[in-house]
Design a protein around this ligand. Structure first.
Ligand SMILES: CC(C)(COP(=O)(O)OP(=O)(O)OC[C@H]1O[C@@H](n2cnc3c(N)ncnc32)[C@H](O)[C@@H]1OP(=O)(O)O)[C@@H](O)C(=O)NCCC(=O)NCCS
Length: 106
């Protein structure tokens, strides 16, 4: 195993939402440092998003990462996430973005 990608429901108590009822599907990723810089995370996350778009058509996916996390910000942009808002959490500025299967296919 070289990394983990997860899709979880974002808790209503957290800041950052795109739906009034919250509970959005949220993408997270973490790879071992020796696997960075090879495009593995982008390839694997693209596959996860493709699977999700088939499994639950039309539902957006959200993502939250520190703005200081340059590789993660780059990956989010590469995957097609667009910025919704920024806020402070865990003592740092967070970037909150959304991916929509409609925006990607259309
Ligand atoms: C965030 C994280 C997954 C990004 O990993 P990554 O390997 O940089 O991401 P990618 O899979 O998109 O790979 C991109 C790099 O691979 C390079 N690459 C090399 N060969 C490649 C290929 N065949 N195809 C595509 N990209 C390739 C790209 O040029 C790019 O390098 P660059 O960023 O220097 O331009 C990783 O930094 C990580 O696990 N961090 C710790 C956990 C973390 O911070 N998670 C987010 C918490 S919210």
């Amino acid at each position: 195993m070289i990394g983990v990608i997860s899709l979880d429901r974002r808790g209503a108590e957290r800041p950052g939402h795109v739906r009034p009822d919250a509970g959005e599907a949220e993408l997270s990723y973490v790879f071992l440092p020796e696997a960075w810089g090879r495009g593995y995370a982008a390839e694997a996350c693209t596959a996860v998003l493709g699977w999700f778009a088939d499994a639950i058509p039309g539902e957006p996916v959200v993502l939250c990462t520190q703005t200081a996390n340059v590789p993660s910000m780059r990956l989010a942009a590469k995957l097609g996430f667009i910025e919704v808002e920024r806020f402070e959490e865990w003592g740092a500025e967070q970037w909150f973005g959304m991916w929509s299967p409609v925006a990607v296919s259309g």
